[in-house]
Design a protein. Structure first.
Length: 170
């Protein structure tokens, strides 16, 4: 395998990002939930106020992995953090150290931005949990993740009397 390079994704990588996200979803048996398009990636990753950033791992000009991340904030620490939304390595490229390279780059980015920590979420069955433990991540057992989406999300937003005056975007 040629040497691995890690680089920041560019707008021209939108199709590659979507492909890798779809591969991740297939691995997690969640492909039927994927709605993201190249237009979404361009708007939300490379627009005026991006919601996320993405690193790509490449070998021989082929993208073999991605790390999609976004800022977070800890009110307890009073410092920013970096949240890893997705880390994915193509099956044929696993166990080559690509995940470690991507995570090391993310840690350097986070440290350079003054972040107090990095965080992520992992499905309970995912064998990558051991990888994260080896890197030094610790499972946060005191907190339970919650999510609001779909009809319940729309219903709650509709209850805001100032909805029409609410600022949009990050």
């Amino acid at each position: 395998m040629p040497s691995i390079t890690i680089r920041a994704a560019e707008p021209s990588d939108a199709a590659t990002i979507v492909r890798l996200i779809r591969e991740l979803a297939a691995y997690e048996d969640l492909l039927d939930r994927v709605r993201i398009t190249e237009a979404d990636v361009l708007r939300d990753g490379f627009g005026e106020r991006p919601y996320f950033e993405c690193l790509l791992a490449e070998a021989g000009g082929e993208a073999l992995g991605l790390a999609l991340h976004r800022p977070s904030y800890s009110t307890f620490d009073g410092r920013p953090g970096l949240y890893v939304e997705d880390l994915f390595i193509a099956e044929r490229a696993r166990r080559l150290g690509i995940g470690r390279l991507l995570m090391a780059r993310l840690a350097a980015i986070a440290q350079g931005r003054g972040c107090a920590r990095m965080s992520l979420a992992v499905l309970p069955w995912n064998p990558a949990r051991e990888f994260y433990h080896r890197l030094g991540f610790a499972q946060v057992e005191d907190w339970l993740p919650y999510q609001l989406s779909g009809e319940a999300f729309a219903r709650l937003a509709a209850q805001d009397p100032e909805r029409e005056n609410t600022p949009r975007g990050p």
